[in-house]
Design a protein around this ligand. Structure first.
Ligand SMILES: [Zn+2]
Length: 416
């Protein structure tokens, strides 16, 4: 983690931001916002900064749905000109990513003034962007600082707050999946980071009713949790602590929407509903005895390389090569290695039970989501049962990771 990383979440964040800029001699600033976030916080922030003597310019992005695309990168570049300025992203995920991208490519720094506790990506270094029609995460830079004002964050639309909470609930799945990856696929795992993420999500759940009411205390807990999750990803140098099977289902659906030129659905909203599906997998595991698992493993046939290739070209046309590369270690697993993996699953069934016991039930997860006004089913977000089935079936192919979905698709453990 960078030493100069500064985070403040609380009341009067604008004053803290001013103090920070004064202490760091940042007097030329470039605000980036859209109409909504300018009305929610940007206008007031700009006036406050100007009154304090700062030279402030603003890039106001137009459009119904702001996404991190070339069009917006260029607009911010043009609005900034060739002056050296410190950028301030006033908005949620996409505005932060646009600012992250432009500031990095102009060798400038940026600060985030979030307007919604909707994602855990504020502190990350990567900017998920759509470039030439394809979504990819472009490695850029982390912000110098984050100043979250709990009054601003509490006034965000409840569906954005529910999205942030959904992203947090996904951590229960991500942490359990990470442990499975360590147990069965020799994936490096950090116990201290796991514990930090667990504490962060537990604290959000403790405050679920306050988050549902968008009280400043509830929103503070949610934003603290999202920030901590983001910092854990930075410290792990991987999204592994915060992203498991539920994020893979969400990524799959997100790509499909993009390819079909359909409007996006909030990241955490999809993650929350997908977490209910994955929690149900762990419910099933908890009900399964070692002997039942052994019986199923015995019947399981190792998927052939041809099967991987067929499924990947069916599900991910246009990005087959990238997805195939992710699956190489699974495709090149020897017959002997496959037998050993199945035996290890039987031998370590107690560990699997312990992992499964760490995940709240699907019913519990859905109950929490309902409390914050979130959706519990992907159907309610406009996805057809065919699209959901496809996501559930193929999304394990998107990453070189062993998780609960691999336990099913690779090893034949029936959890559907
Ligand atoms: Zn997420």
């Amino acid at each position: 983690m960078r030493d100069d990383f500064f985070i403040y979440i609380g009341k009067n964040a604008a004053d803290k931001l001013i103090g920070y800029c004064q202490n760091h001699d940042l007097d030329q600033l470039m605000l980036v916002a859209d109409d909504n976030t300018y009305a929610a916080a940007g206008r007031q922030l700009s006036a406050t900064l100007k009154a304090a003597g700062f030279d402030v310019r603003t890039s106001l992005l137009k459009g119904e749905e702001i996404t991190a695309t070339e069009q917006h990168f260029v607009q911010v570049l043009l609005d900034t000109g060739r002056e050296e300025r410190t950028f301030i992203a006033v908005g949620s995920g996409s505005i932060t990513d646009i600012t992250r991208f432009v500031s990095f490519h102009t060798r400038s720094n940026f600060i985030v003034f979030p307007t919604a506790a909707s994602v855990d990506g504020y502190t990350s270094a990567g900017a998920p962007s759509v470039i030439a029609g394809f979504k990819k995460t472009v490695m850029c830079q982390s912000p110098l600082a984050v100043f979250g004002d709990t009054d601003v964050l509490s006034a965000a639309p409840q569906k954005m707050i529910a999205s942030g909470f959904g992203d947090m609930l996904g951590k229960y799945i991500a942490l359990a999946d990470w442990r499975l990856g360590e147990l069965f696929w020799h994936e490096a795992r950090d116990e201290a980071i796991s514990r930090r993420v667990r504490v962060a999500v537990d604290k959000c759940v403790e405050r679920v009713s306050e988050i549902g009411q968008a009280s400043p205390e509830g929103i503070q807990a949610l934003m603290d949790g999202l920030i901590e999750s983001g910092l854990c990803m930075l410290d792990a140098n991987s999204s592994r602590p915060a992203s498991g099977s539920e994020h893979q289902i969400s990524h799959h659906l997100e790509m499909k929407l993009l390819w079909q030129h359909k409007p996006a659905v909030f990241h955490g909203t999809k993650v929350g509903a997908a977490s209910v599906i994955c929690a149900a997998y762990y419910d099933k595991l908890r009900q399964m005895s070692r002997s039942e698992a052994a019986k199923q493993l015995d019947k399981a046939q190792q998927p052939s390389r041809e099967q991987y290739e067929r499924e990947i070209s069916e599900a991910y046309p246009g990005i087959e090569d990238k997805v195939l590369a992710e699956q190489e270690s699974f495709m090149s697993l020897s017959a002997q290695g496959y037998r050993e993996l199945k035996q290890k699953i039987v031998d370590r069934w107690d560990d699997i039970q312990e992992v499964a016991a760490s995940v709240p039930s699907a019913q519990q997860m859905a109950g929490w989501l309902r409390q914050v006004g979130g959706e519990t089913e992907l159907e309610a977000l406009g996805f057809t049962s065919g699209e959901i089935k496809e996501a559930v079936e193929y999304s394990h192919l998107l990453r070189n990771r062993f998780n609960v979905n691999k336990l099913w698709h690779l090893c034949g453990i029936e959890i559907m």
